[in-house]
Design a protein around this ligand. Structure first.
Ligand SMILES: CC(=O)[C@@H](O)[C@H](O)COP(=O)(O)O
Ligand SMILES: NCC(=O)COP(=O)(O)O
Length: 240
């Protein structure tokens, strides 16, 4: 059964916009679990533009499912992840000036740094995922550096239209098959929404989709829990 990781980053974006203490991303996480989320994903960015350290610390130990903490490969963020000890850490690239995560982690170029982070987190009992593009060399490097999980960046697929969207979908299908061939758990995420999720959810080798921005957007119109219920319904329907 394909799983849904609900990313609560942009509940925090709404809070940070005014510097209020609402909407509370911790409340959003617990309600998301009630609505069927299989995991809660949150990204503590170096610039703290949305999720704050206190959100992660408050949520720690409160989840009935599992925390998937997204983290840049920096000493600060790895130390924080080791302090929190979530079930999962997903290592992601980060650039201050980016609007959102623009591409996958370059494991090939940053191999030693990534491998060291994977080893430290794994030794602490944390399952490590690498957020990478649908690229054979990156998948090979992820496997070689000891990460048991990869998350395929679906942003290029989400941004594409027409023939380009089909090309991106094929790239993702091939990347998922290759990752599974290497024995990796393969997740996917970024930019997925009600209109484009089903072709990705239909890919049999995908274990989990991490979705956030579109759920917060849909919640404005249909409510938070109904949005999560509908996303899960679409995902399960895609697998039938
Ligand atoms: C890694 C990824 O695609 C997202 O989970 C990440 O959180 C994007 O960063 P923003 O949430 O800041 O857009
Ligand atoms: N890793 C992807 C994620 O957690 C959510 O990305 P998005 O749905 O907010 O684009």
């Amino acid at each position: 059964m394909i799983e849904l990781g609900v990313n609560i980053d942009h509940v925090a974006t709404l809070r940070q916009t005014r510097g209020t203490n609402y909407p509370d991303p911790v409340r959003a996480a617990l309600l998301a679990e009630e609505a069927g989320a299989d995991a809660i994903t949150l990204h503590l960015r170096e610039d703290r533009r949305h999720i704050q350290d206190r959100d992660v610390e408050t949520l720690r130990g409160k989840l009935a499912t599992r925390m998937n903490l997204e983290s840049a490969v920096t000493d600060e963020m790895i130390a924080f992840a080791l302090h929190i000890r979530p079930h999962d850490v997903c290592l992601v690239p980060e650039k201050r000036e980016e609007l959102t995560t623009e591409g996958g982690l370059d494991v090939v170029t940053g191999y030693d740094r990534v491998q060291s982070a994977v080893r430290r987190l794994t030794d602490a009992g944390i399952r490590v995922s690498l957020f990478i593009d649908a690229d054979v060399a990156q998948i090979d490097a992820a496997r070689r550096c000891g990460a048991p999980v990869i998350e395929i960046h679906t942003g290029a697929y989400a941004d594409a239209v027409g023939a380009a969207e089909q090309r991106e979908l094929k790239r993702i299908q091939e990347a998922v098959a290759y990752g599974r061939q290497l024995g990796l758990k393969v997740n996917a995420g970024h930019g997925l929404h009600f209109g484009n999720v089903q072709p990705i959810a239909a890919i049999a080798g995908i274990a989990e989709l991490n979705i956030g921005h579109a759920l917060v957007a849909e919640a404005v119109f249909m409510g938070w829990q109904p949005a999560i219920l509908e996303m899960k319904r679409l995902m399960i329907e895609a697998r039938r």
